[in-house]
Structures are given as structure tokens and as C-alpha cells.
Design a protein around this ligand. Structure first.
Ligand SMILES: CC(C)(COP(=O)(O)OP(=O)(O)OC[C@H]1O[C@@H](n2cnc3c(N)ncnc32)[C@H](O)[C@@H]1OP(=O)(O)O)[C@@H](O)C(=O)NCCC(=O)NCCS
Length: 336
């Protein structure tokens, strides 16, 4: 068999219908539209309601990616869901729920936990299965419902995080392209800077942990900011160098949409124009594992990804984790 390359044949996007504006949040906590916009660039975001959960958003995004790629459900070999907010804390995995919901009868299924870096970790993982010739069709989904784990009395976090899902249908191709190089990284010594302290095996749920709000996100914003504006930029530079490129050779960088200020600072640190970094954080907020595929989808919709384009992908977040990749775009999926 000749070389196999992972082609993104379809993308999918889903955000819940419930829109929450900065003004809505200002009615809950002591904040303002002006503060949120000037510090983060966010104007609105979407939150799940009622029965919605990570798997229901993931399935909708996955369904669109599958349909756009023209792939049949029973052709999918594997579904990987990157999430930190699975429907159930232990099992079944969210990928298994998506597998059932979409009728992916032949597919293996598992979740990846790498916080906001998760989708890029997943895309890189999926590409290996295709490059080895093991699999032809791999569905990669990034989905999170962080609004379920935010403390709406903590103004420093509740204005940042939001919900959504994005998906990419990878199909094996003989045409060179797809993943050219990547850097996966982690620094577990910084784990405490972005953490949900209870609910796992160290501190299982008790009335006390619930009362102390230990099941919601605790963040040291300044440390996370410092990390986010330095380490991932270096990893992008290294991934580009591994592909024989410089960052300025890329036609677009689709990075985790945490915050406009972070993206601007990263661009400055890399000495490239700000608009090399795609932005849609203003409408979606920080959707964690969903943010890179939501941005890829919008970049595609805005025709910012031309056939043959060299695209930088960059995830960074809790763990601490980061993942960067250089991707050669094959052609435009026919959506959206
Ligand atoms: C969170 C973040 C926006 C805060 O911005 P900042 O300019 O660093 O703000 P500071 O932390 O210095 O806080 C400044 C003041 O604003 C206040 N503040 C925090 N959140 C606020 C809000 N939503 N509204 C109004 N004031 C707020 C703080 O209490 C602080 O007040 P004080 O000086 O009286 O103590 C910034 O640290 C950041 O972007 N960090 C990275 C977060 C992130 O992206 N995490 C996810 C990565 S995957």
C-alpha cells in the first residue's frame, strides 16, 4: 500500500440555541460588557439548557461532518471525542454515546482528556491511524459544556467559558497533505492553575465538596495567561520548523479561542500580523475542546482555507497541555 494521508472531508459545528450576552452576565455578577470586551473580546456565548449535554452537541456536529463528507455511518472506523465535560464522570464515555446516537455500528470509540488542547490532540491521534493504513474513516469531535461547571458567583471565570461542539471527518487519501508535523506538550506541574478540585477519585463528591463549590472551575488567570501567551507560540514555531517552514509561511493559524488578547499577544510574540490568527471568540467565548473545530468551520465558511493552504493549528489549556500541528489543506469540504 502507498502512503496514506488524512484529508478533512467534512466539518460540523453545533452550539446550543440559548445565547447569553455580556449584559446577561452583568445581571448575575459584578461585571460589565466593557470589562469583558476589553479583557477578552467576548460579546456573547451559548449555554446548554435542559436535557442538552456534551454528547448531544457532539452528535449534532458529528452528524454534519459525516454528511458533508458523504460518508455513511457504517463506514466510520473510529470516533474520538475530546472533552473535559463528559455526560457521565466515569462511564460510558461520551464517544460511546455519540457512537450509539449516530449509529456508527463498526466504530471503536473513546474520549481524549486534554482540556482545550483536546481537539488538536485528537486530530493528531486520528491522523496516525490513517497514516498507518489501519483506518479509512475517523471522526474527531471536540465538545464541551463548561457552563455546567462554572461558579456563577465567580466573575473571573463565569464570563469566559461556554458550550459547543465541532467535528472533523477524516478520510484516508492517496494525495499528499493533511498532517505535516506536530508538537504535543504538557506541564503537569502547572495543573493547579486551572482545576476542578473535586468530583474525581482524589475528592469524590460529598455534601461538603458541593457546599464548598469544589466541583466548579478554579483558575489562576494570570498564570494561565502567562503560559498561554508563551509556550504554545514556541510549539507552533517548532512544528513549523519540523515541516521545513516558518510561521510566516502559514496562510492561517487556527488557535484555541480563549481570548482575543491572548491571540494578539501570541501573534506579536511570533512577529506575525494579528490577522494571521483566525478569530471567532467574540461570538462563542471559550468553548474548550470545541473551540478549534468551531473556528476551523467558520474559517472554511469564510473561504479562508484554500486548497493546498498551509494551516497552523494550536491548542492550549488545562493540564497544562498544548498541541500544535501544521496541516496542508486538501480541498474545501462542501460545507458550510
Ligand atoms: C482572566 C483575565 C481575563 C483577567 O484579566 P486581567 O487583566 O489579568 O485582570 P486581573 O486578573 O489583573 O484582575 C483585574 C481586576 O479585575 C477584576 N475582575 C475579574 N473578573 C472580572 C469581571 N468579570 N468583571 C469585572 N472585573 C473583574 C479582578 O477582581 C481584579 O480586581 P482587583 O484588581 O480589584 O483585584 C486574564 O487573566 C486572562 O485572560 N487569563 C487567561 C484565562 C484563560 O483564557 N483561561 C483559559 C485558558 S484555556
Amino acid at each position: 500500500m502507498g502512503s496514506r494521508y488524512a484529508r478533512i472531508a467534512g466539518l460540523g459545528q453545533y452550539v446550543p440555541p440559548h445565547v447569553v450576552t455580556n449584559q446577561d452576565l452583568a445581571r448575575l455578577v459584578d461585571t460589565s460588557d466593557e470589562w469583558i470586551q476589553s479583557r477578552t473580546g467576548i460579546t456573547e456565548r451559548h449555554f446548554v439548557e435542559g436535557d442538552e449535554a456534551t454528547s448531544s452537541m457532539a452528535a449534532r456536529a458529528g452528524c454534519e461532518a459525516l454528511a458533508t463528507a458523504g460518508a455513511r455511518a457504517d463506514e466510520v472506523d473510529l470516533v474520538i471525542v475530546a472533552t473535559s465535560t463528559p455526560d457521565y464522570p466515569l462511564f460510558p464515555s461520551t464517544a460511546c454515546l455519540v457512537q450509539a446516537s449516530l449509529g456508527l455500528t463498526r466504530a471503536g470509540a473513546y474520549d481524549i482528556s486534554a482540556a482545550c488542547s483536546g481537539f488538536v490532540y485528537g486530530l493528531i491521534t486520528a491522523s496516525q491511524f490513517i497514516a498507518t493504513g489501519a483506518y479509512e474513516h475517523v471522526l474527531v469531535i471536540g465538545a464541551d459544556a463548561l457552563s455546567r461547571f462554572v461558579n456563577f458567583e465567580d466573575r473571573s471565570t463565569c464570563v469566559l467559558f461556554a458550550d459547543g461542539a465541532g467535528a472533523a471527518m477524516l478520510v484516508a487519501s492517496d494525495t499528499p497533505g493533511g498532517l505535516l508535523s506536530f508538537v504535543l506538550g504538557a506541564d503537569g506541574t502547572g495543573g493547579e492553575h486551572l482545576i476542578v478540585p473535586a468530583g474525581g477519585s482524589r475528592r469524590p463528591p460529598t455534601a461538603e465538596t458541593v457546599g464548598a463549590r469544589e466541583h466548579s472551575i478554579h483558575m489562576n488567570g494570570r498564570e494561565v495567561y502567562r503560559f498561554s501567551t508563551t509556550v504554545p507560540a514556541d510549539a507552533l514555531r517548532r512544528a513549523a520548523a519540523d515541516a521545513g517552514l516558518a510561521v510566516e509561511d502559514l496562510s492561517l493559524v487556527v488557535a484555541h479561542q480563549a481570548n482575543v488578547r491572548i491571540l494578539q499577544t501570541v501573534a506579536r510574540n511570533l512577529n506575525v500580523p494579528e490577522d494571521l490568527f483566525f478569530r471567532n471568540v467574540e461570538r462563542f467565548g471559550n468553548t474548550s475542546a470545541a473551540s478549534v473545530p468551531l473556528a476551523l468551520y467558520d474559517a472554511c465558511a469564510q473561504r479562508r482555507l484554500k486548497p493546498g493552504a498551509l494551516v497552523g493549528l494550536m491548542g492550549f489549556g488545562a493540564g497544562l497541555t498544548w498541541a500544535t500541528a501544521i496541516w496542508r489543506w486538501h480541498d474545501l469540504p462542501s460545507n458550510p
